[in-house]
Ligand binder design. Structure first.
Ligand SMILES: Cc1cc2nc3c(=O)[nH]c(=O)nc-3n(C[C@H](O)[C@H](O)[C@H](O)COP(=O)(O)O)c2cc1C
Ligand code: SF4
Ligand code: SF4
Length: 436
């Protein structure tokens, strides 16, 4: 039996898919429909203090599209909730009462004064919500007022505010991190030192998605001017995955629960975050692009994959890829691969040849006996994988490991012994004992 039940910090939900704090979780109407569609939990759109904030009344989104208009990246200049605090709190209380089996966490952002945090925590606690998430990530508007990423970029502030919250509430405290920082381990360590129960990441990345060359201003343009916004969606997934892994691998934050966010669109994206240490995941852009029902594909897909792999609960694979996430210097330099083209799948477009010929290692033919023919020249191939990535036909080019014989390029026998840079003779700082 495959069980998707999630228990994150003692907060139970029927599956690990939560909606991230954003427009999909802005009001009871949305959250109820999300729960009806199957979402395991939500982080309510960030609450602030009254008087409530004001959003722009013009375009607040911009996007990067693929050639087929697939949305790859979304940029926004929206702020935290623009609805009165009391209205939100009333709705949160009612929704939690009506949906006791779903996770309902409330995102918060107030000025950096202890009394402000104490006040809002008390009011959230009265709603019966399952926990709070501290929004130290919003990169525009709020950060100009000393909140959001203005806090998240200063580890000392993170630690201080987290400690205030932990001292003044019994609810689990999740600290949401900004990716707009050089070393993500520092804010995560600060959150842990302040007593955080978990970190969630990533919030959005500082971005300008385009420039209107007629108006000569960044887009989205508000009356002739633009401002940087926050970037999210599939394009940010690699950045988020790396940051999650950095925290999961760091001995200083080992064991700190992580809620993974950033570009999650499919069950596979979610499984990847979880394999790298995320106990659950949060989703925003995918729901905004495809609607709430996208969660059904995530649930079905994850369940099916877990069944195939023999996992009965999500805890069995959370963090499983962390020990294999290493640094470059630990990669096996004796591992040799060569590209191989499946002639039956090849449509003879020539892209692999051009890429390899112009920018790699001149290892793919273009013509053989006067006819278009694309084949890898093993004597030149360094196994870089560029051709695989530019080929428009999936699985047409594969990377095949060589485990015996002689590498036709280096003329050296294949050595199946592991040898990385730390032991390599060209490394002046090599570990001598290991090299011998
Ligand atoms: C329009 C919009 C508004 C957002 N508002 C908030 C917010 O109020 N609080 C917050 O913590 N994150 C906010 N986010 C960030 C998301 O919660 C999430 O961290 C980010 O979008 C990355 O996830 P995704 O790639 O699945 O969208 C917002 C994102 C978008 C697109
Ligand atoms: S793997 Fe790299 S070197 Fe080998 S054929 Fe492909 S692009 Fe060329
Ligand atoms: S890119 Fe792929 S399909 Fe195109 S010629 Fe090369 S192997 Fe064939």
């Amino acid at each position: 039996m495959t069980d998707l039940t999630s228990n994150f910090l003692g907060i139970k939900s029927p599956n690990p898919f939560w909606l991230a704090s954003a427009p999909p979780t802005d009001k009871a109407y949305n959250v109820i429909r999300a729960f009806e569609a199957g979402w395991g939990g939500v982080v309510w759109k960030t609450l602030g203090e009254d008087p409530h904030i004001v959003n722009v009344n013009g375009p607040r989104y911009g996007a990067i599209h693929g050639r087929d208009r697939n949305l790859l990246g979304l940029n926004n200049i929206e702020l935290i909730t623009d609805r009165p605090l009391e209205v939100n709190l009333k709705e949160i209380k009612q929704v939690k009462r009506d949906w006791p089996d779903r996770a309902l966490v409330v995102s918060l952002m107030v000025p950096c004064e202890e009394k402000n945090w104490i006040d809002i925590l008390k009011r959230v606690e009265d709603t019966g919500a399952d926990g709070v998430e501290l929004n130290f990530g919003c990169p525009h508007g709020m950060s100009e007022r000393g909140m959001g990423s203005a806090v998240g970029q200063v580890p000392e502030y993170i630690e201080m505010v987290t400690r205030w919250c932990k001292e003044n509430t019994k609810m689990p405290v999740i600290v949401k991190l900004t990716p707009n920082i050089t070393d993500i381990r520092k804010p995560a360590q600060a959150a842990k030192n302040g007593g955080a129960d978990a970190v969630s990441l990533i919030n959005t990345i500082n971005s300008i998605v385009g420039v209107d060359l007629d108006v000569m201003a960044p887009t989205p343009t508000i009356d002739g001017k633009g401002a940087h916004g926050g970037y999210c969606g599939p394009a940010v997934k690699p950045i988020a995955l790396n940051m999650v892994a950095e925290i999961a691998r760091d001995p200083a934050t080992a064991g700190l629960p992580i809620s993974g966010i950033g570009g999650i669109t499919t069950w596979r994206d979610a499984a990847e975050f979880m394999a790298l240490g995320a106990g659950n995941v949060q989703v925003c852009t995918a729901a905004m692009t495809y609607g709430f029902k996208v969660v059904q594909d995530m649930i079905d897909g994850l369940k099916e994959w877990m069944g195939e792999k023999g996992y009965t609960s999500i805890d069995e694979f959370v963090g499983m890829a962390v020990p294999n996430c290493s640094d470059w210097q630990n990669l096996n330099l004796n591992y040799v691969t060569k590209a191989k083209i499946d002639q039956d799948l090849c449509i003879k477009c020539g892209r692999c040849h051009i890429a390899c010929e112009d920018t790699s290692h001149q290892a793919i033919t273009a013509m053989v006996d006067g006819a278009r023919h694309f084949e890898v020249i093993d004597e030149e191939c360094v196994g870089c994988n560029l051709c695989v990535n530019v080929c428009p036909v999936e699985n047409c080019i594969t990377m095949e490991p060589m485990t015996s014989g002689v590498d036709p390029r280096t003329k050296q026998p294949i050595d199946n012994k592991f040898a990385d840079w730390t032991t390599h003779p060209n490394n002046p700082n090599r570990v001598m004992e290991a090299a011998e």
